[in-house]
Design a protein around this ligand. Structure first.
Ligand code: KG4
Ligand code: ZN
Length: 325
């Protein structure tokens, strides 16, 4: 069974074909990073217009790479939220047009659920129950998953998401956009020698990253940061320390079989390594290109919806503030 996935929730225009929920036949991504970098962040209006320009070429490339014809597809999975309304609309409109033209079923997918399902594309199939740490530009959630589509939110961020904190810290340090990869790169040349606060929020499985970001800003404003690399390493260390410690504690408490690390921040090498080293419970992490936004994760998630009979109609609409549970 071949599912075409379409993802346009933020600043990546992506299309992919996945077979039987496990084999990636194609995975095409057109990034808008360079366009938004000059503004220091994503400009929603610019993002939607770019998606309109990129979506058809990307779809054609995904179909060509997969050596698949429209008739060989079994369904179309598309991100309906959460994300930028104008950006989501491009993907959903194109998905509906293809579904109508070729008589294919359409499946609306939650972007965060897509991030989780990227793990079904790794070498080992996840075992339930499991705990997911979703760390992206908009989310830092700890989620208990007892089965397909069964989510209980155990904790989320009270303020900035982890990726957002990386982006803001990079701006404070003059490292540019997107901040996560820039901080990771700069940190390689430094040591985590600057003490930055950690918000442990005792008794809660939630997160808070605005304090560490403000502490960094005060140090920079006060002229107390002499090494950009040390500041980047110290910031990364503070965020990774909290994410890893709280995730392992929650996973032990819930007695789960596995931990899944997902979302754009999961491509961070230090976070991947530290979680694997510090967790007595097996950790699954998709390869970096499947952690940041892509359409293969949407296709595999759509496959599992399809198997469960969860198919949508052509009245499918975008839900910019869609929740996982
Ligand atoms: O999942 P994603 O690609 O898009 C959203 O759904 O938000 O995540 C993007 C976020 C950005 O904030 C970016 O700075 C962060 O993931 N990110 C990283 C790294 N690569 C991307 N954060 C830390 N280290 C990285 N290597
Ligand atoms: Zn994402």
């Amino acid at each position: 069974m071949k599912i075409l996935g379409i993802e346009t929730s933020c600043d990546e225009t992506a299309a992919a074909v996945v077979e039987d929920g496990v084999r990636i036949c194609s995975n095409q991504i057109a990034s808008q990073v360079e366009i938004h970098a000059r503004y220091g962040g994503i400009v929603p209006e610019v993002a939607s217009r770019q998606h309109i320009l990129a979506i058809i070429p990307i779809l054609k490339q995904a179909m060509a790479e997969a050596k698949t014809t429209w008739d060989e597809l079994d369904g179309i999975a598309v991100t309906i939220g959460p994300g930028l309304a104008g950006s989501l609309l491009v993907g959903v409109s194109v998905a509906k047009a293809i579904a109508l033209a070729h008589g294919l079923p359409i499946i609306g997918v939650n972007h965060l659920e897509g991030h989780i399902y990227a793990n079904w594309l790794t070498n080992s199939i996840p075992s339930f129950p499991l705990v997911c740490l979703i760390v992206s530009g908009g989310h830092s959630d700890l989620v208990l998953m007892k089965g397909h589509g069964d989510y209980v939110i155990l904790g989320r961020t009270r303020d900035d998401a982890a990726g957002e904190a990386f982006d803001k810290a990079a701006r404070i340090l003059g490292l540019g956009y997107p901040g996560g990869p820039a901080i990771e790169q700069a940190a390689r040349a430094g040591t985590a020698s600057i003490q930055l606060p950690r918000a442990w929020l005792k008794g809660s499985s939630g997160f808070s990253f605005s304090g560490v970001k403000t502490a960094l800003l005060r140090l920079v404003e006060g002229g107390k940061v002499s090494s950009q690399a040390d500041a980047a390493a110290s910031f990364q260390e503070a965020v990774v320390d909290v994410l890893v410690t709280k995730t392992v504690a929650v996973a032990k408490e819930c007695r789960v079989k596995q931990i899944l690390l997902v979302g754009g921040v999961a491509s961070n090498e230090v976070l991947r390594k530290r979680l694997a080293e510090n967790s007595p419970i097996p950790v699954l992490v998709p390869e970096p290109v499947l952690c940041t936004d892509n359409a293969a994760m949407i296709a595999v998630c759509g496959y599992y919806h399809f198997q469960a009979g969860k198919i949508d109609g052509l009245d499918l609409d975008v839900v910019p503030s869609l929740k996982l549970a």
